[in-house]
Design a protein around this ligand. Sequence first.
Ligand code: URA
Length: 486
Amino acid sequence: MIATVLPGPADLGAWRSAARGLLGAGVPPEQAEWRVAGDAPGLFAGDAAPPAATSPFHVPRAFVALAEIAIRHRDPERFALLYRVLWRLTHGEPALMQVATDADIVRLEAMAKAVRRDAHKMHAFLRFRQVETEAGVRHVAWFEPEHHIEEAEAGFFVRRFAGLRWSIVTPRRTVHWDGQELRFGPGGRRQDVPPDDAVEPLWRAYYAAIFNPARLKPGAMRAEMPRKYWRNMPETAEIPRLIADAPRRAAEMVARGASLPNPNPQKPRHLPPPSHVEPDMDLLDTAADPKEALAALARELAGRNDLPDFARRATQLVFGEGPPGAPLMFVGEQPGDEEDIQGRPFVGPAGRLLDRALAEAEVPRGETYVTNAVKHFKFEPRGKRRLHQSPDAGDIAYYRPFLLREIGIVGPRLLVALGATALRALAGKALPVMKTRGTLVEGPEGLPVFTTVHPSFLLRVPDEEAQRREYARFVDDLRAAHARVA
Ligand code: URA
């Protein structure tokens, strides 16, 4: 037996160089033992020193990509499993990665999936508490990841909260960001993190405000937001009360019917809103054309290495949504704060207003396709807030080829430009919205483009009378667009 001791639990570089040495020396998988420094040796642990790394070997890119994620899994067998797959790839099974039913590949894929889920939960459910220190305010969060994801996910929080000083404490690691430099330390204890702070009531109020009693699905809520995360999330204190109250509130909503939008929607902006919506990777991966074509297009765009800088600061790509073949396709500007968190277009204040107007115009949103000209949230960090920044001509031009391909896959009969950015992307040149409104201009592949205002324009109209008028005009526009394809 040859024992390899790795310096860290998810150190792919160290594993790779050890694996190279073992492979070069012809050590078969069953002769190799793996552990992490500090772990107890196994029962049959050998003490022969691992061979030094020899010349590099070539393996499929798919293996490297999978290994990068799967190595973060907590299963102590992960290193041995990776080495076994590597051995097989280099000993007569070069196409092993394509054998989706192979037991080793199935196991590695399952590990990678669990790690990705864990990362998603960390992004969605980690909550910072504000702490006063001698050096000023610091934000501290406690989180219990299931896998070794702290190092890998630190970059997400740096991009997201670049302007703050924060620490994330987990049982195995601490991660510190001082605005300049990222540092890692040993794990901490839950009691090291304060349980409460001033923004807690805002979280609770925010959660109560976005909770939709008519769409209550306690089973799905529990599956998506397991109870173990609840104690770190202030808003979950509201859940039992909201669930108990849901039937009464839903009945009230039905009785009340549609109402006019609130001109000044208030929501606490001190922290980003929570997300309870996770894209279903399995569904996307197995869906038939053209859904698969849309999913592949989204993956292609998300994986580009020349994305604009602001896209790298966004939480995720927000792609279009709706049934392929929808006759009406709405195109907005770019995802906002809530869209960026949830990964879905038009789910924030402008989206809720669009929903209301669509309902009033008797246009079922589910039968339309809704997307944006720019697919990442462009914002300027201001303390804990993220201020919307309009995309410029270069941003619009960057995403335009993808928008055109998206249109090609969906195949709408009419495109609806919501505001100036969408109109520019669809017409291929800048046109004045107010002059173009209600008319048809030529879009990609000669498709007609119908123009109206962006719903956020309505949210900014100051006086109530003008707001009613503008809202009614917007509903008329939606009705007119719908009539053209009906
Ligand atoms: N504004 C947009 O243009 N798109 C969205 O998805 C949300 C707000």
